[in-house]
Design a protein around this ligand. Structure first.
Ligand code: PBG
Length: 323
């Protein structure tokens, strides 16, 4: 036998020499759920070791992440039911605690990268990402001005990158134009390009209490059966001015990650979503899987598929294992 691939696996030193994929804390984004108030740390039952945190605790969490080499955060607001309405008006209100928190975080940690979420669902009495009309349909074009107002308010608040997760058509162009007209041409857009109508968002919706009050999200989020369609979405995002293209979920959509990586030059982001993270913990709790090993393999696989950046609830756990 002339060719023996096992020779390159003989020792740890050799295995390290030939390792092709490297995932570092600098590639990771940690999601934070922020709730109004003080000294709050609410457990999220379906999302082990992730909490709804008040601003004081968010600051402690960010400090811990920075010490682990994680400098980027994607932030989601937990909004009280009484502040929700049909047009998500609290999302751009001057009183919005989520927007006010950004200045405080930036004062403590000017070097961090803060990424927002643009979609109506956390603020919508309908629990949908878009505006629900009198017939119960999601009205695309009526949603765009609301998203633009949200975007400008978030840019004003000090977010570095905005994350439209709503899947309305034309939103990247609409948001980009609104940002530029308001003097925010340096604020980036991380577009949820190929966001699928997935069952794996369940724990996230528990965290924000943001599940749709009626219907599902299939008229705007993509059909899990489709991959060609991701290319249509990506083409649009590129010409509309996106700075990052995201695939979501990640583990079950590795082919889509690879497809976008091979076809586009923008950085590819993968969102290892709540359900994909919760599964690992559920299996580990039953002693069916080793959490640390299966988590490391999961995140590495997402990187290997072509993701430049990974958003994950396991980001801290991954970074800790490198120390
Ligand atoms: C809201 C939004 C969702 C997620 C991120 N932004 C949920 C949804 O679309 O219903 C899911 C993230 C996760 O499951 O971790 N637009």
């Amino acid at each position: 036998m002339l060719i023996r691939p096992r020779r390159n696996r003989v020792s740890n030193a050799i295995r390290n020499l030939v390792q092709e994929t490297h995932l570092l804390p600098q590639h990771l984004v940690y999601p934070l759920f922020i709730i109004d108030g003080q000294d709050i740390k609410n457990e999220i039952k379906s999302l082990p070791n992730v909490f709804q945190l008040s601003l004081d605790n968010i600051l402690l969490e960010i400090k811990e992440c920075i010490d682990l080499g994680i400098h980027s955060f994607i932030m989601f607001p937990v909004v009280e039911e009484k502040l929700k309405d049909k047009i998500a008006s609290y999302s751009y209100s001057d009183d919005n605690f989520y927007l006010k928190a950004i200045a405080v975080i930036k004062k403590h940690f000017p070097q961090v990268c803060l990424i927002s979420d643009i979609a109506m669902d956390p603020y919508s009495s309908d629990g949908h990402d878009g505006y629900v009309d009198e017939f119960g349909n999601i009205n695309n074009d009526a949603t765009l001005p609301i998203l633009a107002k949200m975007a400008v308010a978030q840019a004003k608040a000090g977010f570095d990158i905005l994350g439209p997760s709503d899947m309305m058509d034309g939103r990247i162009h609409f948001i980009r134009t609104a940002l530029d007209e308001n003097g925010f041409s340096n604020v980036g857009i991380m577009s949820y390009t190929a966001k699928y109508a997935s069952a794996f968002y369940g724990p996230f919706r528990d965290a924000l209490d943001s599940a749709p009050k009626h219907g599902d999200k299939k008229t705007y989020q993509m059909n899990p059966a489709n991959s060609q369609e991701a290319l249509i979405e990506a083409d649009l995002d590129v010409v509309e001015g996106a700075d990052f293209l995201m695939v979501k979920p990640a583990v079950h959509y590795l082919d889509i990650i690879q497809l976008l990586k091979q076809n586009y030059n923008l950085p590819i982001v993968a969102y290892h979503v709540s359900g994909e993270y919760a599964m690992l913990h559920a299996a580990a709790k039953n002693t069916w899987l080793d959490y640390e090993k299966s988590m490391q393999e999961t995140l590495l696989s997402i990187k290997r598929a072509g993701a430049d950046i990974i958003i994950s609830y396991a980001a801290k756990d991954f970074a800790k294992l490198l120390i």
